[in-house]
Write a protein that binds this ligand. Structure first.
Ligand code: HAM
Length: 434
């Protein structure tokens, strides 16, 4: 009989095992910081109508054109695994009538997203984002506050060497005007452009600005600047954002080529990269989307937000010495005490001892397999990274004691059964402070 085939994760998708605690660590930090700024958590479904992204993110975008996991359900409705979180939040704003609640609406979210991209370091087909959206405030101070919150979050994770790129893509009229100027500028060089950029020349010339092709970059050096084409209100908005960020001591660089790959952006856009990641890997991106909710059939309601690539963020956090030290300390607190009942009839006692530890907030596991030699059971405790082991059997029951082993100090002591939880807690506390 042929051996049964074993299964592996789908290409570009991963099990998060060792990294799961770091994912939880950054999520906890996000909850803590974002709630200080009045943001509430929201969870939207993983599957949405395909049309939501086609209209929201834009037909001409790479995401909609090439990267969506789209399928028909049993009734023939076209559905899509969400490739991003902003269009779903805008849909939720309309569907749940958030307009009737307190304004502006401030929400954050986290979870898996899906894009059919070529997998490589830091680029996956199922990836994770932590994002936030501020809906219904068009003023520049919203942009500033959102960025201040974002940088506070990253600082609290221990980041220092971040590059904040900022730009304004203006209002639709400025962009239309600018697209025309860029078209005229690039027309004589049409034959020198790659196939993608030639296509974009017709559909969305702005996207040519973030080309990676060296010749195209060279050609763009002499191109008109989007910033010079901004109309008065967009220019004033951007000026306030830049001035105020300076006042909050936020270093940023105005990047004329930063246009973002999703079609809903208006005015302020930004990306943050870290020198520790490859040049093409932004940790996060975001910006203003003042036309999105109207595009989805709602009233004209402005918004701004960002999404952090959590997989990339976690890889970076693991490289920051300060952050990994804190993680290790937390990890240390999570390590369980191992209770080993000696002899089959003491298994229930073992379970009771473990329960008493847990009741005092001390993580505990119980090694029940009493048929194995004690040495093998102690080895399991080491493999579980336990520092302390509680041994309990016939002798201990008679004497009303337990034996406490410390693997780090290589010591062993006998402790009163009725005071053992207290004694273990004391030792854990003094290990924490040392
Ligand atoms: P985005 O730039 O498409 O923006 O994605 C945000 C971040 O998600 C990227 O900077 C990157 O770190 C991460 N990311 C994207 N694709 C992948 C992938 N295949 N593998 C790993 N990480 C990835 C948005 O999604 C917008 N919704 C952001 C936003 C919110 N704008 C306004 N509000």
């Amino acid at each position: 009989m042929a051996a049964k085939r074993r299964f592996r994760t789908v290409k570009g998708m991963h099990d998060l095992v060792g990294k799961a605690p770091v994912f939880a660590f950054v999520e906890d930090k996000a909850r803590e910081v974002f709630s200080l700024y009045g943001y509430d958590e929201v969870r939207t479904p993983i599957v949405e109508e395909t049309e939501l992204f086609v209209r929201g993110v834009g037909e001409g975008s790479e995401i909609v054109g090439k990267q969506m996991y789209t399928f028909d359900d049993k009734k023939g409705r076209s559905l899509t695994l969400r490739p991003e979180g902003t269009a779903p939040v805008a849909r939720a704003y309309l569907q749940n009538n958030w307009a009737s609640g307190p304004q502006p609406v401030k929400v954050f979210y986290m979870g898996p997203y899906f894009r059919y991209e070529r997998p490589q370091e830091g680029r996956y087909r199922q990836f994770h984002q932590i994002g936030a959206e501020l809906i219904n405030d068009s003023g520049p101070y919203s942009d500033v506050e959102l960025l201040v919150m974002l940088l506070r979050f990253l600082e609290e994770l221990g980041f220092e060497d971040l590059e904040v790129g900022l730009n304004s893509v203006g209002d639709p009229e400025c962009r239309q005007r600018y697209s025309q100027r860029l078209r005229e500028y690039l027309a004589p060089y049409r034959d020198e452009l790659g196939a993608d950029s030639r296509r974009r020349l017709e559909t969305n010339p702005l996207r040519i600005l973030d080309t990676k092709a060296p010749r195209e970059r060279e050609l763009l050096e002499g191109a008109p600047r989007l910033r010079d084409e901004l109309g008065g209100p967009a220019r004033d908005h951007f000026q306030v954002v830049c001035d105020e960020l300076g006042r909050f001591d936020i270093d940023f660089e105005i990047d004329d080529r930063l246009v973002r790959g999703l079609d809903y952006y208006t005015r302020t856009v930004f990306e943050i990269t870290s020198t520790a990641l490859g040049a093409q890997n932004a940790i996060l991106g975001g910006g203003r989307y003042d036309g999105l909710i109207a595009e989805l059939g709602g009233p004209s309601v402005p918004g701004i937000g960002f999404a952090i690539g959590q997989d990339r963020l976690v890889d970076l956090v693991l490289k920051i010495p300060g952050a990994s030290r804190r993680l290790n300390a937390e990890d240390h607190r999570r390590r369980p005490v191992c209770v080993i009942p000696i002899g089959g009839s003491y298994r229930r006692h073992g379970m009771e001892l473990a329960q008493e530890l847990r009741a005092a907030g001390i993580p505990a596991i119980c090694e029940f397999d009493s048929l194995r030699p004690l040495k093998a059971r102690l080895k399991q405790a080491v493999r579980h990274d336990c520092r302390w082991v509680v041994l309990f059997g016939e002798d201990e029951e008679k004497e009303g004691k337990i034996v406490l082993k410390d693997f780090y100090d290589r010591t062993q002591e006998t402790i009163q059964r009725d005071r053992f939880v207290e004694e273990v807690a004391k030792r854990r506390a003094s290990a924490d402070s040392s």
